[in-house]
Design a binder for this molecule. Structure first.
Ligand SMILES: Cc1ncc(COP(=O)(O)O)c(C=O)c1O
Length: 485
């Protein structure tokens, strides 16, 4: 399309749009919105003038004007003065809040470490996916391993990363959390020990517990001390306790943002092999490398490593697309497990994901530049407004792990909504109530909102400091159940 949509072409795309059940302007706006969303009207295309469209559709000009205004309000038409509106998709400065466990409207959400979609790249992938969908429609639609194009794209990505992989080694899942549940159900029995870094990712700890296993925590060394992982302690834990599995996040660990060196990976892989522990590595954050420090994927160090990946942080969590990489025989076992949970991932998402994985780094330059800026702003804001906090500078990922001056994480979390902020308390990241001395702060919001959030944290901290009694009473309170990512 030439960048200009003529009224005849738009009329053809609209089809029989007017059902008469709603005001005409609303129906017209709704149908145009759908056409933009599913890619049949491309982005950055000028819609016909109001007069021309009104004439072609046999409507009053007022109706078309109202439809265009509604599209503008919803963010599907640019608002440039004088010129005709061009199609676009809504750019939000704050995330859309979801019902359920997300922050109520108006609260800044520091419990989720998640970014809005890598906008147009994701949208375009879905538009392309729709053009490929007809080829799949004659099939049953059940595919427990994943569509071939996506499995191949993921395998190619590992191969390019230095770990030769074929498509049969890939199982497509509905995100990394789903992947971990499949791995646990396949490899770990009730009461088995699963070695975890301490702190670790809360939803993984919950999944391990929910599978009836026992998380076996090995502490990460204090911030700033080298090396970043205590491999001696992990080796000793594997040797003495023989955990069935180890769940680790060596690539921009959640919550600390650390990366494990190649040397440490090699030692860990050797220790796991000699203890009979299956190393399960979660690479969900691997693409978010802020400082350019990298190491080969853990699978490069042992053929028995099980790797979990996801597009949630690099592209968009709403894709709900992840994967498992393992040896082919294990993938086949995991397919059997998977069908006790679901019968495959949705097709359009997989087709879109295949496009995104094939051009994996396309949105990353812009995304990383923004994240670096956010991280640096957050570090400065914390130094300025909360000098008694001791934040660890992350090398990647989405969050800063801060040591607090006192064990007040739960109290701060309970108090924070009063100041407009939703937090996930430090103990969510640990086992047995550890990490009252810590708070995770994501840098997924733009600097201006981070400033509001940090000032709010300072106000909450001041209120606590002013009242030891309040601190004592809040410490035993359970923070509201919040979603964390
Ligand atoms: C380490 C880690 N693993 C898994 C997930 C969840 O990934 P997904 O959205 O693909 O289920 C997250 C999300 O925050 C994460 O940080």
């Amino acid at each position: 399309m030439s960048g200009l949509l003529n009224p005849i072409a738009l009329t053809r795309l609209l089809g029989s749009w007017n059902s008469g059940t709603l005001p005409a302007y609303r129906e017209l706006a709704d149908v145009v919105r759908l056409l933009v969303m599913d890619g049949r009207i491309p982005l950055d295309v000028a819609l016909p003038s109001e007069r021309a469209l009104a004439q072609t559709l046999g409507l009053s000009r007022t109706t078309v004007t109202a439809a265009y205004s509604s599209l503008r309000e919803q963010g599907f038409l640019t608002t440039g003065q004088g010129s005709r509106g061009r199609t676009c998709i809504p750019q939000r400065t704050s995330p859309v809040t979801m019902p359920g466990l997300a922050a109520p409207e108006g609260l800044l959400d520091l419990a989720y470490a998640s970014l809005p979609a890598a906008g147009e790249v994701v949208h375009r992938a879905f538009a392309d996916a729709l053009t490929e969908l007809p080829a799949l429609l004659p099939g049953f639609g059940y595919d427990a391993v994943g569509v071939p194009a996506l499995r191949q794209a993921i395998a190619d990505k590992y191969t390019a990363d230095g770990v030769p992989t074929n498509a049969q080694q890939i199982l497509v899942t509905s995100g990394a959390q789903h992947a971990l549940n499949i791995v646990l159900k396949t490899l770990a029995g009730k009461q088995d020990k699963v070695l975890v870094e301490h702190p670790s990712y809360p939803n993984a700890l919950d999944a391990i517990r929910a599978a009836g296993c026992r998380p076996f925590p090995v502490a990460l060394p204090a911030a700033g001390s080298a090396p970043a992982w205590d491999i001696d302690a992990m080796e000793a834990a594997m040797h003495h306790h023989r955990p069935a599995m180890a769940y680790l996040v060596p690539d921009f660990h959640n919550p600390t943002g650390r990366i494990m060196s190649g040397l440490q990976r090699r030692r860990l892989a050797r220790a796991a092999a000699s203890a009979g522990t299956v190393l399960v590595v979660d690479e969900t954050l691997r693409g978010l490398n802020l400082d350019g420090v990298s190491a080969a994927p853990m699978a490069a160090f042992s053929p028995t490593v099980v790797s979990i990946g996801s597009l949630s942080k690099s592209h968009w969590a709403g894709l709900r697309t992840g994967w498992i990489r393992a040896d082919e025989a294990l993938v086949n076992r995991m397919v059997t497990t998977r069908t006790t949970m679901d019968l495959g991932a949705p097709m359009v998402e997989q087709l879109a994901a295949a496009r995104l994985v094939s051009a994996y780094s396309e949105p990353l330059d812009a995304r990383l530049a923004e994240l670096r800026n956010n991280r640096d702003s957050l570090m400065e804001l914390l130094a300025e407004h909360l000098p008694s906090w001791d934040p660890e500078r992350p090398q990647g990922g989405l969050t800063v792990w801060c040591r607090l001056p006192s064990p007040c994480s739960t109290a701060l979390t309970v108090l924070a909504p009063e100041f407009g902020v939703r937090l996930a308390a430090g103990p969510r990241f640990g086992v047995g109530g550890a990490f009252e001395h810590y708070m995770r702060v994501p840098y997924t919001l733009p600097p201006a909102q981070l400033e509001v959030a940090v000032r709010a944290l300072r106000a909450a901290q001041d209120k606590l400091d002013a009242s030891p009694q309040l601190r004592r009473s809040l410490k035993t309170e359970r923070p509201a159940a919040v979603g964390v990512a």
